[in-house]
Design a protein around this ligand. Structure first.
Ligand code: SF4
Ligand code: SF4
Length: 122
């Protein structure tokens, strides 16, 4: 039984954007979009606490989320998106994992926290 299987619901792409970007990711996504890094940063990012984050659109979804096509930069999406829900904060704390289950239907409620952690290590 899998501890996590994405249901493609888009819930993790909604809300106050927590998707920060490394310099390498900025270059990769800008290249994918065929624009300069400066253009990408100006158009699609915002700075918070001296870190660069993907902007959130008027619909409160990530600027790259499309209701039909889902993630528009899927092949080059940031590590933060690839890693979800195996964030260190979730893998390291059962209570945080319980909370994450409420927001992500892909996290199997029938699998124990220990098994979730084991799968994270694979
Ligand atoms: S919230 Fe969970 S199930 Fe929904 S798209 Fe995100 S990872 Fe997949
Ligand atoms: S980059 Fe893609 S996967 Fe990540 S939050 Fe935005 S739409 Fe979702």
């Amino acid at each position: 039984m899998k501890a996590f299987e994405c249901k493609m619901c888009g819930a993790c792409c909604y809300g106050e954007g927590g998707i920060f970007l490394t310099g390498e990711e900025q270059v990769r996504i800008a290249g994918f979009l065929g624009i300069s890094v400066e253009h990408f940063v100006h158009e699609y990012c915002e700075t918070r606490n001296r870190r660069l984050y993907l902007k959130v659109g008027l619909d409160k979804f990530c600027i790259f989320y499309d209701q039909e096509k889902r993630c528009l930069i899927h092949s080059v999406k940031p590590q933060r998106c690839i890693l979800w829900p195996y964030y260190p904060a979730i893998v390291g704390d059962e209570e945080t994992w319980e909370q994450a289950k409420n927001g992500c239907p892909g996290i199997n409620p029938d699998v124990s926290f220990d098994d979730f952690v084991k799968e994270a290590g694979k």
